[in-house]
Design a protein around this ligand. Structure first.
Ligand SMILES: Nc1ncnc2c1ncn2[C@@H]1O[C@H](COP(=O)(O)OP(=O)(O)OP(=O)(O)O)[C@@H](O)[C@H]1O
Length: 276
């Protein structure tokens, strides 16, 4: 089922370095249409970089990235820009414009990209506010919203153009547990309602796996484990277990490792069977 569905995003042997330091060192990934996938791994491991590569805002030094069948390398800036209009993004720091109402925040991408009659724009915006349960808050300013409500407005703004692909980077950070649950269920509902595909980066492993169809664990610049949430939870890879269990020590030691220690830990973990 997982492999049978057509891929919306594919990464093939992607290599990306910042100066002399490889961030991604041969990443392969396949994301089927309609799926919600979780991308997990240690801080600084390159998760946000991967989202930027998929969105075409960064280009890899080598390897291929295909989105909706198109090789990003072969696309003009203009073609990438128009592809990006079909992508929605909710980043932890994608703050609302403080001097605009919830309505105008959600309307912003539509006003920027289209010249719509006011009545149609209003309908589109109110539909999205309704979808996140905030129709009644349309006229409020961000300062009048709770943290969780603000995040829901940002979510409505991220999907107002009906994207085919939605990126979430730490969408739960700074929220209370109830708001986290609400955002998680909205991510799932919106993905289904829009017929979209979602890529979710989060340190909140349990919440993330509760809505994901498939998870990837990134370490040392490579995907070291992937599978369904259940398969990942019962993984016998020590690295996967350390990430999912949030254990301070394991193959990735608590003490900041030297490059060699880390490389050796990854090698050991790899030889103990990490894929599913
Ligand atoms: N603009 C930049 N210039 C230079 N180095 C950068 C830049 N952005 C990220 N990096 C480096 O690239 C590496 C990967 O960063 P990235 O933000 O992709 O990791 P991450 O897995 O998303 O981390 P986190 O979970 O902490 O957000 C890190 O070592 C980071 O310091």
């Amino acid at each position: 089922m997982w492999m049978a569905t057509e891929a919306l995003v594919e990464l093939e042997n992607v290599f990306f370095a910042r100066g002399p330091h490889p961030v991604l060192d041969g990443v392969n990934m396949r994301i089927p249409r309609g799926a919600i996938v979780a991308l997990m791994g240690a801080s600084g491991g390159g998760k946000t970089t991967m989202l930027n590569l998929m969105a075409g805002t960064l280009r890899p030094q080598s390897g291929q990235i295909r989105v909706a069948g198109q090789d990003l390398k072969t696309l003009s800036e203009e073609a990438i820009y128009s592809l990006r209009r079909q992508m929605g993004m909710l980043f932890q720091h994608s703050a609302l414009f403080t001097d605009l109402s919830a309505f105008e925040n959600v309307a912003f991408p539509l006003r920027r990209h289209f010249r719509l009659p006011e009545g149609i724009l209003r309908k589109l915006v109110m539909m999205k506010l309704e979808a996140v349960g905030l129709r009644g808050a349309a006229g409020l300013l961000p300062a009048e919203l709770s943290g969780g409500m603000g995040r829901r407005v940002a979510l409505a703004r991220a999907v107002v153009m009906d994207p085919m692909l939605i990126f979430y980077d730490e969408p739960f950070t700074g929220l209370d547990p109830i708001s986290v649950g609400i955002i998680a269920s909205l991510i799932k509902r919106l993905n289904a309602a829009l017929g979209a595909t979602s890529v979710l980066v989060s340190h909140d492993v349990e919440e993330t796996l509760s809505i994901a169809d498939h998870g990837f664990i990134l370490a040392g610049g490579k995907i070291i484990a992937e599978g369904s949430p259940d398969a990942l939870r019962s993984s016998d890879s020590a690295l996967a277990r350390q990430f999912l269990g949030g254990q301070p020590d394991g193959p990735v030691p608590f003490h900041y490792p030297t490059q060699q220690d880390y490389a050796a830990a990854l090698r050991d973990s790899r030889s103990s069977g990490e894929r599913f």
